[in-house]
Design a protein around this ligand. Sequence first.
Ligand code: KG4
Ligand code: ZN
Length: 340
Amino acid sequence: MIILGIETSCDETAAAVVRDGNDILSSVIASQISIHAPFGGVVPELASRKHLEYIIPVIENALERAGLSGEELDAIAVTQGPGLVGALLVGLSAAKAMAYALGKPLVAVNHIEGHIQAAFLSGAAPDNPFICLVVSGGHTALYRVEPDGGSRLLGATRDDAAGEAFDKVAKLLGIGYPGGIEIDKLALGANRESIRFPRSRFEKESLEFSFSGLKTAAANYIRKHGPPAPGSAPGGGGAYRLEDFAASFQEAIVDVLVEKSFKAVLQHGLSDIAVVGGVAANSRLRQRLAREAASANFRLYLPAVQFCTDNAVMIASAAYNIWKRSGPPPEMLELDAFSR
Ligand code: KG4
Ligand code: ZN
């Protein structure tokens, strides 16, 4: 079964053609990073306008690279939500128009289910129930996922998502967008213990997260000590190194993500763990997960970086699973986007 996936929930316009859920025939992503970077975050109105500009060429490009015409597709899959409604509507309208014109079924995909599906694109597909940490700019949550792709929410953030904390603190530091990538780069080789940022943990059994306290602590630190000096000597004249700040801040996030995910695996008596979403691209998180999963004897599913951040392969692949689980989709041309 050959499915065209379309993803426009945030600031990437993406289309991909995937056969039978994991044979990737093409994947095209038009990024809007340079457009939103001057604002230090995604500007929803600008995102919608850019999606409108990119959507047709991106879909055409995906079909061309797959060497297929629209008629040869078996279905069209599209992200319905959650995300920016104006952005989602662009992908949704394009998908509906194509489905109608070509007489093909339309499969609606939840963006989070798409991210979870990336766990099945990480080499060996999980064949046991597993714990999946979805950690991105909009979400930080733990799910229990069954081998057929069905999932159940175990706990989520009470406030900010981890990626949001990265992006907001990067903005305070004036180091560019997306903040997670910039902090990741700055932190390489820096001192992770130079500043002790708080880790929120809640009750012993809790699988919930909170990152707003960390964000406030970071903001207070900058207010108290002034802006950081890149490359300056640690402790010199009250100044602190931007690199050490980044490494210490990143470590506070990584500590909590690893600890809670491992706790969920143990609570459920499982031994398989997956980490997906944009923040799963973080090099320190990947390093810690690989090391600690090996010593705990957990099997780790960590998708390649291009399947962690938003892409359309995960949408086409999730649609295949949905179809396998629930059969062909009903008439979907009435479909509407949802933000949350
Ligand atoms: O999954 P994604 O592309 O979009 C959402 O669904 O939100 O995730 C984007 C988020 C942004 O917050 C970005 O800063 C973060 O992922 N991110 C990273 C890294 N690469 C992207 N965070 C930490 N380290 C990275 N290397
Ligand atoms: Zn996403």
